[in-house]
Design a protein around this ligand. Structure first.
Ligand code: GLC
Length: 471
């Protein structure tokens, strides 16, 4: 049995969010799993040597698309990474956007990518028995395999969809149905949701199995999925929630190449050394309790609530430092810029994507806050626990499944029952109090690092699904 993951992102080749981390890690734990993704015009790809293994063209409205499939010859990722080179659609400096903003031709880009993958598979004799697609960018593959005439020799391939984030569904108008390879029109209902072609909804219906990235997220989607909840109920016989893991070879306190001071002795020493480094770098006081946020500055992540709460906390308390790393909504970025100007010395605000600083923040902080409105799984709480940083989370989605309330035995974090400015303020105050109670604080840190979020267990659950589908 052999699996091909089809994805828009894969770490370290291209990362915008957690999707990349997951797809860059799972194949290492499954035998016979490969990955295929678009070849972007980004620096990482420019530094790779590739070998072309397949070339072809297809007709796309008004143009002939030339593409090639390449393998990377110089990089050892622990699995084979194939890239689809479609210069006219992907040779740009970004995955979904560049310095000029989001790409306007996204529907066309993802359709070209998916069709190129299917042409390659249907014209080659490859060992794959399962195609594992991720999110809406690859969501039309299950439909096209079953109902597009061009790929009818792929019909026996099984498909698995993993939903990393339901908030993005990739819907576009029926006036653009010509973007898909010609299909059996009797089946067009399987593409439709709310009078649009909806790639994610179509994949939920057409894939042989559907997973969400945590069990609690799946339960939430049955109640509230922005209109798709009915679909989760009607398809629940083929849905399961599998909690994400983390790549413990990358997230290793002793060997992490991004850390100023990897762990050589005790956890205490590791935390202290890295906190001092972080404070030097960000120019904040090491004696204070550091509460950090890493992530996209969007409402889904609760960055708006955090910005207001941080203002109020810093007005009244001088024993807390707020550290922020991320980019996003310009309005929210401005809120954090103001925070930085108003509270120098108490804030370390970096409006950028910086993988290296992120690792240093996980290692050097005392707490990591995730006030997400919705969180399909969340990886940051897993990274932070692995590095002995106590999470403060809104009790939603994967945060329910991965963080244990600190008031219970073996507890690992602070859980906010609701999401409001007040609850975030209370959570940060609770953190500042725990920080002063060194016995409890150290115990929680120890509990955090004792948790096992490696892919070993979760990857077996995927393996089981692949095997059952092929029985
Ligand atoms: C998305 C989700 C996040 C999840 C990640 C990986 O980024 O928002 O919760 O952890 O995908 O599955």
């Amino acid at each position: 049995m052999s699996v091909l993951h089809v994805t828009a992102e894969c770490y370290p080749a291209a990362k915008v969010g957690g999707l990349a981390d997951v797809v860059g890690a799972v194949p290492k734990y499954l035998s016979g799993a490969d990955v295929i993704m678009p070849k972007y015009g980004t620096a990482w790809f420019r530094n790779q040597t590739t070998e072309t293994i397949f070339k072809n063209t297809f007709w796309f409205p008004g143009q002939t698309i030339e593409f090639s499939i390449q393998t990377l010859t110089s990089t050892d990722l622990g699995f084979t990474l194939f890239v689809v080179d479609i210069p006219s659609k992907f040779d740009r400096d970004g995955v979904y956007s560049d310095a000029n903003g989001f790409f306007a031709d996204d529907d066309e880009r993802w359709l070209c990518f998916q069709r190129a993958v299917l042409i390659w598979l249907s014209s080659s004799n490859l060992p794959y028995t399962v195609l594992h697609v991720h999110d809406h960018h690859t969501g039309l593959i299950p439909f096209m395999i079953k109902y597009s005439y061009d790929y009818s020799n792929l019909q026996s391939l099984k498909t698995v969809l993993t939903i990393h984030n339901l908030a993005y569904q990739g819907a576009f108008g029926w006036d653009r149905q010509y973007l898909l390879a010609a299909f059996d029109n009797w089946k067009s209902g399987l593409l439709d949701w709310d009078h649009h072609i909806n790639p994610l909804a179509s994949a939920i219906r057409c894939a042989d199995w559907v997973t969400t990235v945590s069990p609690s997220y799946l339960e939430e989607l049955k109640e509230d999925a922005g209109g798709l909840e009915w679909l989760f109920n009607s398809e629940q016989h083929k849905c399961s929630g599998i909690l994400n893991g983390i790549d413990t070879t990358i997230w290793d306190r002793a060997t992490d190449k991004y850390l100023a001071k990897p762990q050589t002795t005790s956890l205490d020493q590791f935390k202290l050394d890295n906190k001092i480094e972080l404070c030097k770098q960000l120019n904040v006081k090491p004696s204070n309790c550091i509460v950090s946020f890493i992530g996209r500055m969007v409402e889904q992540k609760g960055a708006d609530v955090l910005a207001y709460a941080a203002h109020q906390i810093l007005q009244t308390q001088s024993d807390v430092n707020i550290v922020i790393l991320g980019t996003g909504d310009p309005y929210l970025e401005d809120q954090f810029k103001i925070l930085k100007e108003q509270y120098p010395g108490l804030t370390g605000i970096t409006l950028a994507y910086d993988e290296s600083l992120a690792h240093q923040i996980y290692a050097g902080s005392d707490f990591l806050i995730m006030p997400s409105r919705h969180e399909p799984c969340g990886l940051n709480q897993l990274y932070s626990m692995r590095y002995g940083t106590i999470p403060i989370v809104h009790n939603t989605g994967g945060l329910i499944d991965s963080v244990k309330d600190y008031k219970t035995s073996g507890g690992t974090g602070i859980k906010l029952k609701e999401l409001s400015v007040k609850s975030v303020i209370d959570g940060i105050k609770e953190a500042a109090a725990i920080y002063k109670d060194s016995k409890l604080f150290n115990q929680l840190r120890e509990n955090c690092i004792a948790e096992d979020f490696s892919w070993e267990a979760s990857s077996k659950k995927y393996q089981y699904i692949y095997e059952s589908l092929n029985d």
